[in-house]
Design a protein around this ligand. Structure first.
Ligand SMILES: [Zn+2]
Length: 61
């Protein structure tokens, strides 16, 4: 029940037995909604596809 709400808040629970290291982040799948998730902080997993692009406008100007 609560898992759904957590997922809506983009707080997912990874499948602990299926966590992988992709060379940069821990990635897995949400055990509730089964979407790809990655660890953005300790005990904080977010949707993997919703990657926030870095604001690196240093190259301009
Ligand atoms: Zn989820």
């Amino acid at each position: 029940m609560f898992a759904r709400l957590q997922c809506l808040l983009n707080r997912h629970a990874p499948q602990r037995n299926a966590v992988e290291w992709d060379g940069r982040d821990f990635v897995s799948h949400c055990r509730h909604c089964e979407i790809p998730v990655r660890r953005i902080r300790k005990r904080r997993w977010a949707r993997a596809r919703a990657e926030v692009q870095r604001r690196s406008s240093d190259s301009a100007t």
